[in-house]
Design a protein around this ligand. Structure first.
Ligand code: C5P
Length: 233
């Protein structure tokens, strides 16, 4: 039996009303939802509960990065909200990553814990600014390996990086990929994009898609179209 892929829709909204309007048009059979820093800071745990009551699974995208004890406690608190997926920055190092895992493992149903390696907004020059002189791809690989060795379940990365990353990891290691655009979409600020089906074929486990769905004329129809595209045999 082949896997059924759901889309993870990024709810990048500044306020509750706009987020709720979009959510009312989405089917939890076809998608999970990603709540990031802006929306969570505005709406808090109550909105996560609202989404759970509507049968959506939630990826809480807060990218924790702090001293190990603080990250452990933040991950424990986030896990108690019952979220499906949670993330931290791999550049916090192995002690921080292991502490994060300890925090999530205290929940009844621990969320998947994944790590951000190098932010896709960073280029070679920005990496040099923070004291890293090796090539971006090498830094992504190094941090992805650190993530796997620390026991986390996967990483966020560009689908374009899957060809050099995927076969270097255990098959159960998850690759969560933003930067997805269908043929007719505008790229917005994404530079290295792939279509939903290309990304799945390259080995992505979860596609994160924001504006192509949230800004489309008919979000419900657009989501259904993408869902059918990635689940065709
Ligand atoms: O609207 P769009 O499809 O570009 O949204 C992509 C989502 O994925 C946004 O919430 C963005 O913050 C997030 N993301 C990303 N690149 C990363 C990590 C997260 O675009 N490396």
């Amino acid at each position: 039996m082949t896997a059924t892929y759901k889309v993870t829709v990024a709810l990048d909204f500044a306020n509750l009303a706009d987020a709720k309007t979009l959510v009312s048009q989405l089917n939890p059979e076809y998608c999970n939802l990603k709540v990031g820093k802006e929306l969570f800071t505005t709406t808090g745990p109550a909105f996560i509960e609202y989404l759970h009551n509507k049968n959506f699974k939630v990826f809480l995208d807060l990218k924790f990065h702090d001293i190990p004890t603080t990250v452990k406690k933040a991950c424990e608190a986030a896990s108690q909200l019952g979220v499906w997926m949670l993330n931290v920055h791999a550049s916090g190092g192995s002690h921080m990553l292991e502490a994060a895992l300890e925090g999530t493992s205290r929940a009844k149903q621990p969320p998947l814990l994944i790590a951000v390696t190098v932010l896709t907004s960073m280029d070679q020059k920005t990496l040099e600014e923070v004291g890293v002189s090796r090539k971006i791809e090498d830094q992504v690989l190094r941090l992805a390996k650190l993530t796997e060795q620390s026991g986390l379940q996967g990483i966020v990365c560009s689908a374009k990086d899957l060809d050099f990353l995927k076969n270097q990891f255990n098959p159960s290691f998850l690759f969560v990929t933003p930067g997805i655009r269908t043929a007719g979409d505008v790229a917005n600020d994404q530079v290295r994009t792939m279509t939903p089906l290309e990304a799945i074929k390259a080995g992505s486990n979860h596609l994160v898609i924001g504006r192509p769905i949230t800004q489309s004329k008919d979000p419900s129809k657009t989501l259904e179209k993408i869902y059918l595209e990635i689940n065709q045999d």
